[in-house]
Design a protein around this ligand. Structure first.
Ligand code: HEM
Length: 129
């Protein structure tokens, strides 16, 4: 079990999306959908990560539908997302905790990737396993 608090999750969400908004490739993808709506998105992401990491059960949403609805999303964007997530978690948590959170994020990224891009002929790349 990862030892982490809601306050730490709030900092993670804040810093991760702060960096994402500056990201040359991912920033515009988010901005296209979230311009003027960042605050509710960040609240939603806090609920999501508290549900995942603290089992708070307060997230209800449709992540597959939402990501399948992003017209410009490309396969490699998940690699870039994970790269940034790894950077942010490495600055905030000690190595074992950062690695545990990253493993969980990668598992979720993999299922979103498969839902969007997976076919019998297009299986998940190594960086998602
Ligand atoms: C590959 C790069 C990604 C991009 C460009 C991206 C972009 C977005 C955008 C624009 C939204 C808002 C959609 C909307 O409200 O209409 C969103 C929602 C969300 N994203 Fe991502 N995302 C990415 C990867 C991920 C990953 C890897 C995770 C989880 C580990 C994740 C978790 C979520 C969740 C939980 C929501 C909220 C969905 C809901 O409202 O129910 N995303 N994402």
């Amino acid at each position: 079990m990862v030892e982490i608090t809601a306050e730490q999750i709030a900092v993670l969400v804040d810093q991760f999306y702060g960096a994402i908004r500056q990201h040359p490739r991912l920033g515009p993808l988010f901005e296209d959908r979230l311009a003027g709506k960042w605050d509710p998105h960040l609240d939603q992401m806090n609920r999501f990560w508290r549900s995942v990491l603290l089992h708070s059960g307060e997230y209800s949403g449709q992540p597959v539908v939402k990501h399948n609805g992003l017209p410009d999303l490309e396969e490699d964007d998940f690699r870039l997302w994970l790269q940034q997530f790894e950077r942010t978690t490495a600055t905030l948590f000690e190595a074992g905790v950062a690695s545990a959170i990253l493993t969980i994020a990668r598992r979720i990224a993999r299922s979103l990737w498969l839902a969007r891009f997976g076919t019998p002929f297009n299986t998940a790349p190594d960086w998602l396993t």
